[in-house]
Design a protein around this ligand. Structure first.
Ligand SMILES: O=C(O)[C@@H](CO)OP(=O)(O)O
Ligand SMILES: [Mn+2]
Ligand SMILES: [Mn+2]
Length: 559
């Protein structure tokens, strides 16, 4: 595979001074930001001797880089970073306007309604129902409530007469418990539509981590639960009202893990299963957690679970989620064209690459890294290894996750000397941080630090180079705070736990016996962000990055 269209000159210029052939470990700690040390900073509380010692290298070998907002192509500086935009920037070396922003623009200009995708689904409006499936919050990581609101309005103005919304509650990009308010807001929007003669209702729901939004094929049961509710109108819990449903189900689960429910009428009949002739839109803009559902909705041949019912529908994604699989085939907004990623260049220049993580983050260092494309650029030059994640647990139960196994695989890849770049994502700070369990997150951070040590030790043995960084913050702040930084408490006096990512910068450290003398971080890229890492890494492989890449973070000074 390769970038389509224009002729690309893949040959990279040699770096004037830096040598080729050094084994380079590229370590991404997921959800590992830098923040002031206090008891809610799990990275500070945890024993992290390896990361602490790297920090001693500041400012020449350790610095902070931006990982949120405009530095990663998000609409505003209030947008926290996330894995998709973070790994896209790390891999692509440039800042692309990301899905969140592209959808905003398309909605504001009305272009979203003029494209192929909308025309395709709107042909069902006369006789069929429009189903909207997605994450209901204003988190801005996978979707945004205001975009859903505009889409509801726009579609009804353009002829959608019957609309059913299948909600997934969040509590991961926003505070746990906030689902109730989001459902209330949506209900009042739908009531207004009904006043205007549109038959609009919530049809089903469930928590994002238990219903529909699995990723990287970790657990198809998650998608099946959603399918049964959304398509078949079947779920263990039935309610006549969605606000009531969420309030009731929250008695035994948090927003992320609410069990599936369907909304039924007075005769116990589901109000909105998906039928022949209906249109379906998945309104998340982010790819990873929509790909599995997109496959279930789009593929004729499908054996991941028994769909039982496969209605003939017209389906469009908010975006196309996988550029290589062209999945889904129809979409409302064109995704960012993330082309000429560093991985593709390096493969063309003979850099042999090994990438590894456990399932829940596997696509981060492959799919996202390569610009939302699945598969290899050149299987002879690359090896991607996935370590199966634990299934069916929340990661505070196993906070060490597979950090050790990832470390071992990376170590073995380094020691084999078969690879020039060994790239890993270590998930702990993020995955455990999202559970809001502070004690477990401390254990998680320690485990991540140990994995880093294992990899750095292997680099020492082969005379290589390491680059250690992160994709966005999470574990460094576990509480919601007021403007002056004090932790906030809810009405009942309970500390408000922050399960989401943050807007904090992340560290980047370089080192290892293979790092040429005189290499250090420049001080003239103070606003450097994740997109500057690709050029930096190309330099450390002995190449100069393409001109349009964000500048390298390093310079070589002669002593
Ligand atoms: O779990 C996820 O989907 C997001 C948070 O919504 O986290 P990350 O961006 O780190 O993958
Ligand atoms: Mn992440
Ligand atoms: Mn995360």
């Amino acid at each position: 595979m390769g970038s389509s269209g224009q002729q690309v000159s893949w040959k990279l210029a040699d770096h004037p001074t830096l040598p080729k052939g050094k084994t380079l470990a590229l370590i991404v700690l997921d959800g590992w930001g830098e923040d002031k040390p206090d008891e809610y900073n799990c990275i500070h509380v945890a024993q992290t001797p390896t990361m602490d010692s790297l920090k001693q290298g500041a400012p020449e070998k350790w610095r902070l880089i931006r990982a949120h907002g405009k530095a990663v192509g998000l609409p505003t500086e209030d947008d926290m970073g996330n894995s998709e935009v973070g790994h896209n920037a790390l891999g692509a070396g440039r800042i692309f306007a990301q899905g969140a922003k592209l959808v905003d623009i398309a909605l504001a200009s009305g272009k979203i309604y003029e494209g192929e995708g909308f025309k395709y689904i709107s042909e069902c409006f006369e006789k069929g129902t429009l189903h909207l499936i997605g994450l209901l919050s204003d988190g801005g990581v996978h979707s945004r409530l205001d975009q859903l609101q505009l889409l509801l309005k726009g579609a009804s103005e353009r002829g959608a007469k019957r609309i059913r919304v299948h909600i997934l509650t969040d509590g991961r990009d926003v505070l746990d418990g906030s689902s109730v308010g989001f459902v209330e807001t949506l209900e009042s929007d739908l009531a207004k539509l009904r006043e205007n003669g549109v038959d609009a209702q919530i049809a089903s729901g469930g928590g994002r981590m238990y219903v529909t939004m699995d990723r990287y094929e970790n657990d198809w049961d998650v998608v099946k639960r959603g399918w049964d509710a959304q398509v078949r109108g079947e779920a263990p819990h039935k309610f006549t009202n969605a606000v009531e449903a969420v309030k009731k189900l929250r008695e035994n689960a948090n927003d992320q893990y609410l069990p599936p429910f369907v909304i039924v009428d007075e005769n116990e009949k589901a109000v909105g299963p998906i039928e022949d002739g209906d249109a379906v839109v998945t309104f998340n803009f982010r790819a990873d957690r929509m790909v599995m559902l997109a496959k279930a909705l789009e593929y004729q041949d499908f054996d991941k679970f028994d769909r039982v019912k496969v209605p003939k529908i017209r389906y469009a994604g908010m975006l196309q989620y996988d550029g290589e699989l062209k999945l889904p085939g129809r979409y409302l907004v064109s995704p960012p064209e993330i082309d000429r990623t560093s991985g593709e260049y390096l493969v063309h220049n003979g850099v042999r690459t090994f990438a590894c993580s456990e399932t829940v983050k596997f696509g981060h260092v492959t799919f996202f890294w390569n610009g939302n494309r699945s598969g290899y650029f050149n299987p002879e030059m690359e090896e991607y290894v996935e370590i199966p994640s634990d299934v069916g647990i929340t990661f505070n139960v196993q906070p060490k996750m597979k950090a050790l196994e990832i470390g071992e695989k990376a170590r073995d890849a380094i020691l084999s000397r078969k690879f020039d770049q060994v790239r890993v994502n270590i998930p702990n700070g993020d995955m455990v941080g999202h559970t809001g369990d502070i004690q477990a997150t401390v254990v998680a951070c320690k485990a991540a630090d140990e994995a880093v040590k294992m990899i750095i030790d292997a680099i020492e043995q082969v005379g290589g180079i390491y680059v250690v960084t992160a994709d966005h913050g999470n574990a460094e702040d576990m509480v919601k705070r007021n403007k002056s930084g004090q932790p906030l408490y809810d009405k009942s006096g309970k500390l408000q736990i922050l399960t989401s990512h943050t807007c904090q910068p992340v560290p980047i450290a370089i080192g290892g016996p293979g790092l040429a003398a005189g290499v250090r971080f420049r001080n003239d890229v103070p606003d450097g962000g994740l997109a500057n890492v690709a050029a930096t890494v190309m330099n450390l492989h002995g190449y100069v990055a393409p001109n349009d890449y964000e500048p390298t973070l390093i310079e070589v000074v002669s002593n």
